[in-house]
Design a binder for this molecule. Structure first.
Ligand SMILES: NC(=O)c1ccc[n+]([C@@H]2O[C@H](COP(=O)([O-])OP(=O)(O)OC[C@H]3O[C@@H](n4cnc5c(N)ncnc54)[C@H](OP(=O)(O)O)[C@@H]3O)[C@@H](O)[C@H]2O)c1
Length: 353
């Protein structure tokens, strides 16, 4: 690891929370930042002092925390003096610069961006899967891509029992995954469409109302996969410690405001039983089985929105595999929560608790 990522810092065990902590939320005004503030409050994180940081555009705005208004400050190099825990919800370029500064000041850092996720010496953590990595109290912990975090929460209990060997998936990704401005664009473009008015997309590359399009990240000409798909595949392998996992995903945006869905086909190294898979999922932390075939009631993004649990259903044998080793699933999860803010706060709880 480079020096910038291993700053000399006070012993993190000093942070064991028998005292209230000074917590910074960086990118506090964004889609993930606002959820971080909500999760800190809802989960009773031991916040003594809350520092909200964003660009200079937001300086002076306020956000509610525990019934009071906290003023947003402009992010600066000296923002982290005295900060115990820094939760980053900014673009990778900003995290790249400021997360090491926060760590050097002694803060435990959880970063939502992609800046450090695939760094060989940085833990990429979903507590239900590889939370043991937090025992060493690393200075900077990466929070995964939202699709990866939601998928592995559901896959881990099945992998632990049956041994996952191959994963094929398609996603149905909501506007919130692209941030607060994309959510506004979906609302505004839908209103314009219904009013019969022209709408020029500014945040996303294609009309979003009543449309579906391939994820708006750059296609790698060498592989044909876009950036989101590559992140999901790389990060699932890393989080689940399956570097050789055969995995292929197709990532698509759908005009849903919040919560991602995905259809996964999962091959295991031994035959699977649907009943056992359902029982394992029902007992798994962070998972709620929604699998009512009679009522045709399965995971939906409107029911996943605002929920901490990842919803899993449509659990069935993949009939295209005559060996009986393959399951198909449908999943919906709130990617602002388990796919971002909730997972980050769970990591912070493990680090600081
Ligand atoms: N959305 C998701 O579902 C999701 C899931 C997992 C991970 N992530 C990752 O989380 C990060 C934040 O995503 P988001 O969706 O919350 O984005 P967002 O809604 O666009 O929010 C971005 C935040 O960054 C702040 N910011 C922008 N430029 C800044 C600067 N120069 N200095 C300081 N702050 C600055 C913004 O502040 P202003 O309001 O002042 O501009 C805002 O608070 C990204 O890295 C994203 O990839 C997002």
């Amino acid at each position: 690891m480079s020096d910038v990522l291993t700053p000399a810092a006070p012993d993190a065990s000093a942070l064991v929370a028998d005292r209230l902590l000074t917590v910074a939320v960086v990118g506090a005004t964004g889609a993930v930042g606002l959820e971080l503030i909500g999760c800190l409050e809802r989960r009773g994180f031991p916040v003594g002092s809350l520092k909200l940081l964003a660009s200079e555009r937001s300086a002076g705005k306020t956000c509610r925390f525990k019934g009071r208004d906290v003023v947003v400050e402009t992010l600066a190099r000296d923002s982290f003096i005295g900060v115990d825990v820094a939760l980053f919800a900014t673009d990778a370029a900003i995290s790249q610069v400021f997360a090491p500064i926060a760590a050097a000041e002694g803060a435990l850092v959880v970063d939502n961006s992609s800046a450090f996720r695939m760094h060989w010496d940085i833990a990429l953590v979903v507590p239900e899967v590889n939370g043991a990595l937090l025992a060493s109290r690393p200075r900077i912990v990466a929070n995964p891509n939202c699709v990866a975090a939601i998928a592995v929460t559901a896959l881990q209990p099945l992998h632990a029992r049956f041994g996952m060997t191959r994963l094929i998936g398609s996603t149905y990704q909501a506007a919130s995954g692209a941030g607060a401005e994309a959510m506004a664009e979906l609302r505004d473009s839908t209103a314009a469409y219904l009013a019969g008015e022209a709408f020029e997309p500014k945040v996303l590359p294609h009309p979003y109302a009543f449309n579906v399009f391939s994820h708006n990240t750059t296609i790698d000409p060498a592989t044909g996969y876009n950036g989101e798909e590559t992140k999901v595949m790389d990060e699932v392998r890393k989080i689940m410690s399956l570097p050789d996992l055969r995995v292929s995903v197709t990532c698509v945006r759908v005009p849903v405001l919040r919560a991602h869905s995905m259809a996964l086909t999962v091959e295991f190294d031994q035959p699977v039983s649907v009943a056992e898979a359902e029982a394992l999922l029902a007992a798994a932390p962070g998972v709620r089985v929604v699998n009512d075939a009679k009522a045709n009631h399965f995971p939906m993004p409107n029911e996943a929105s605002g929920a901490d649990d990842v919803l899993v259903g449509r659990i069935r044998q993949d009939l295209s595999d005559p060996t009986g080793r393959t399951l198909s699933l449908f999943i919906a999860g709130d990617q602002l929560l388990k796919g971002a803010a909730l997972n980050a706060v769970q990591i912070a709880e493990a680090l600081a608790g």
